[in-house]
Design a protein around this ligand. Structure first.
Ligand code: NDP
Length: 288
């Protein structure tokens, strides 16, 4: 069997086109278009790239992007004061504070200071709690995007066994909640799990969110399973330049799985698209 490749790039482009149409309809009705505030503290190179992409894609679909680039020496009090201002700014629907923050700033405290209605990353405990209890929540962007990719396969999900490898707050745990909400039977694996290959082989849906290249090989995959690779790892390429790979040994698993996401071009492009979707949802909820 050769797995069908789930084209995250194309699905993300389709999602963005739909969001652009929603924004255009808001503008055509003479209403204020959604605004996303992105806050970057310091000069972390990867964060600068992510923020650049977020800003570009926000404006490309017609939304307002408001950037706050602060020096690495910014104090926690200064950042909290900015968050407080953004919370009360009627033009702002979403607030994203790019992580990681400099060590001197308590990231949990900053996340908890964001108005849950504007928490487009879905990291505020109120949104985490609402997701867990089945309420109306802003859902973390990467699992939201990964879930869309699972659904794109078109398989009925009810009753399937989903195994998620990785239990982080930003990917593994919310992904488990989303699959549970689709009536999957969900198992979360982590670094202490015994016999990971055997557990993974019981999965109809296997989600890898670890950060270890080629952790998941053919021996981990049930024939025909849906495999979602969230991992992003930079490894040296044959030409000496680095390249991106996921947590799944793509070439080996492709011949066993039924459907598989590539890296790059799988979950990655969905994350920012879902951030834009969350911002539009936050805008809609705030308008009532
Ligand atoms: P974390 O480091 O927060 O979590 C990694 C998880 O993997 C932990 O739960 C850890 O277990 C588990 N783990 C580590 N080693 C093993 C092992 N050998 N076997 C089984 N489980 C193991 O990572 P994140 O959740 O933040 O990110 C995971 C990956 O996803 C990374 O590659 C990251 O770059 C990528 N990512 C991609 C995004 C995208 O847009 N596509 C967005 C966010 C992340 P334990 O808890 O026991 O330590």
């Amino acid at each position: 069997m050769t797995a069908r490749i789930i084209d995250g790039k194309a699905i993300a482009a389709e999602l963005r086109a739909g969001l652009a149409a929603r924004v255009a309809a808001i503008a055509a009705a003479g209403e204020r278009v959604p605004g996303l505030a992105v806050v970057l503290v310091g000069e972390d190179p990867a964060s600068q790239v992510y923020v650049g992409s977020k800003v570009r894609q926000t404006t490309e679909i017609g939304m307002r992007s408001i950037e706050h680039r602060l020096p690495a020496e910014t104090t926690e009090a200064e950042l909290l004061a900015l968050v407080a201002r953004l919370n009360t700014d009627p033009e702002i629907d979403g607030i994203l504070v790019q992580l990681p923050l400099p060590k001197a700033i308590n990231a949990d405290k900053v996340i908890e200071a964001i108005d849950p209605a504007k928490d487009v990353d879905g990291f505020h405990p109120v949104n985490v709690g609402r997701l867990a209890t089945g309420g109306r929540a802003l859902v973390p962007c990467t699992p939201r995007g990964a879930m869309r990719l699972v659904k794109s396969v078109g398989t009925a999900l009810s009753g399937l066994h989903a195994v998620i490898v990785g239990r982080s707050n930003i990917v593994g745990k919310p992904m488990a909640q989303l699959l549970l909400a689709e009536d999957c039977t969900v198992t979360i694996a982590h670094s202490r799990t015994r016999d990971l290959p055997a557990l993974c082989r019981t999965a109809d849906i296997l989600v890898a969110a670890v950060g270890r290249p080629a952790l998941i090989g053919a021996a981990h995959v049930k024939p025909g399973a849906i495999v979602i690779d969230v991992g992003i790892n930079r490894v040296p390429g044959a030409d000496g330049r680095s390249r991106l790979v996921g947590d799944v040994d793509f070439a080996a698993v492709r011949s066993v799985a039924g459907a598989i996401t590539p890296v790059p071009g799988g979950v990655g492009p969905m994350t920012i698209a879902c951030l834009l979707e969350n911002t539009l949802d936050a805008h809609a909820a705030r308008r009532g």
